[in-house]
Ligand binder design. Structure first.
Ligand SMILES: Cc1cc2nc3c(=O)[nH]c(=O)nc-3n(C[C@H](O)[C@H](O)[C@H](O)COP(=O)(O)OP(=O)(O)OC[C@H]3O[C@@H](n4cnc5c(N)ncnc54)[C@H](O)[C@@H]3O)c2cc1C
Length: 440
């Protein structure tokens, strides 16, 4: 039975989070508003302010909640995480304050799942403590995130000491936070003749390794400096890493990447609920405050349509996200088979772009010129929905996959009419009960 009721102890945690995010994390958004500032571990002023807040989160047992107990986290499960992320999603600093900022969350998950004890000690520990940031380097400039098009390769060569080392050559695109990261997780072709899902391996590459050439740090809408964004175009020029720097098995890169992306997609969806809730709150405040033609904005029916549509659509999306979280938890507990959540995760990824666009867009519209100005957060958020359309794979690919998964279950009809054809069905019903419509 699906049950989203919340125990009083956990509700108390959510209440604490709600107040804390509004008071502290949103304050950090105002003090350090630059995009990506939360990843800049070298910013002494922000870090000084951040540390005591992170300590409060740890004291509440709310740090790095995306990791289950077997992976070193508190393990609240995805439903509770969903409720928490709705609150965290309100603020751009909150994920860092709570130790759940992407891409570090997904990177920590796969290090915890596939890392050797040495890899975990060296990379996972500092990452979990929030002392360093990391980068996931997968997308390629010529082929996006389609693994069939990847050309960045790693080959086994001997170093000067005659030891086996991996040598990486190729380019990656939009490797977020590479310029700030201590290490990169790079997926490379190691076995080009194998089937697609066994062709690649994942490597841990420390960023001080010679040969990592950041060609540009590409900026996106919202970044201040077009030449100093957060998404690196990297050329790996004979980058050599020790033999033991492979994460997971040789040929297991696809599996590692898939394990990472599922969690990321639902976390984005959960946080989208948070940002949409905030946009809706702003919308409601605006329409009861602003007057036009002798009435409040909220007295106009077109405005009421925007409010009602936002409420209904957001509630429906929120339930989809929670149901998906519930399915993931059931799979984790072994009550549903592996893979049961796949379609629902796709639905969340597809749905989040639209709800984000619609609710934030309506709120922006109701705020008029102020809405599009940088005096309110709405214009910045509005641009964010398209980033989410691409991050963790294009939405259109998920649409295709979802449609194909459902079509696979559909059976073609015998004959020319659909199985719901009323005359055909009525004839069959009469054949079964020939006297049913007799007067006597
Ligand atoms: C803010 C942001 C952060 C990112 N961070 C990272 C990161 O840290 N690491 C990383 O490796 N990558 C990252 N990416 C890259 C992201 O994974 C890619 O943008 C995404 O996979 C799409 O690749 P692409 O941009 O090359 O678009 P393309 O692959 O060129 O796709 C463009 C469009 O073509 C259409 N399309 C493509 N494929 C299909 C298909 N199979 N079926 C139907 N239509 C299709 C869709 O409309 C799609 O939107 C990030 C992207 C963004 C926007």
């Amino acid at each position: 039975m699906i049950d989203f009721s919340i125990e009083p102890e956990f509700q108390a945690k959510l209440d604490w989070m709600n107040a804390f995010v509004r008071e502290e994390c949103e304050t950090m958004d105002l003090l350090w508003p630059e995009m990506g500032a939360n990843f800049e571990t070298h910013r002494a002023d922000a870090r000084r302010h951040l540390k005591p807040l992170q300590d409060q989160v740890k004291a509440q047992g709310l740090w790095a909640c995306h990791l289950g107990p077997h992976l070193g986290g508190p393990g609240y499960g995805q439903v509770k995480l969903g409720l928490m992320n709705e609150i965290i999603g309100r603020s751009s600093w909150a994920p860092t304050v709570f130790g759940t900022a992407a891409p570090d969350t997904g990177n920590a998950e796969i290090l915890a799942m596939f890392g050797t004890p040495e890899q975990k000690q060296k990379y996972l520990g500092p990452l979990m403590d929030g002392d360093i940031v990391s980068c996931f380097s997968m997308t390629e400039p010529q082929g996006g995130a389609d693994p069939g098009e990847f050309t960045c390769k790693a080959t086994l060569v001997k170093n000067d000491k005659g030891e086996d080392v991996w040598e990486i050559e190729g380019e990656k695109w939009f490797s977020s936070n590479a310029k700030l990261a201590t290490f990169l997780l790079v997926i490379c072709v190691t076995d080009p003749d194998k089937p697609l899902t066994e062709r690649m391996s994942m490597f841990i590459v420390p960023t001080d390794t010679p040969g990592i050439n950041i060609l540009r740090n590409v900026a996106i809408a919202g970044d201040r400096d077009p030449e100093n964004g957060h998404h690196a175009h990297i050329r790996y020029e004979k980058v050599r890493v020790p033999f033991d720097h492979m994460l997971g098995e040789r040929g297991g890169g696809f599996k590692v990447a898939q394990a990472r992306l599922g969690g990321g997609r639902i976390h984005h969806a959960m946080r989208t609920v948070g940002i949409c809730n905030r946009a809706l709150e702003m919308m409601l405040e605006r329409v009861v405050s602003r007057r036009t033609r002798g009435r409040t904005l909220g007295d106009h029916q077109m405005v009421q349509d925007k409010i009602a549509s936002s409420i209904v659509e957001l509630e429906a999306f929120r339930l989809l996200v929670l149901k998906t979280a519930w399915i993931i938890d059931e799979v984790e507990e072994g009550r549903l088979p592996h893979g049961s959540a796949r379609n629902h995760i796709g639905m969340c990824k597809i749905g989040l772009v639209k709800i984000y666009h619609d609710v934030v867009g309506r709120s922006l519209e109701l705020h008029g010129s102020l809405g599009i100005s940088l005096d309110l957060p709405l214009a910045k958020w509005y641009g964010g929905h398209m980033s989410l359309a691409f991050a963790d794979g294009p939405t259109d690919v998920h649409k295709s996959q979802l449609a194909r998964a459902y079509m696979k279950k559909a059976k073609p009809v015998d004959g020319i009419f659909p199985s719901e054809h009323i005359p055909t069905r009525t004839a069959a019903a009469l054949a079964r009960y020939p006297n049913a419509r007799d007067a006597k």
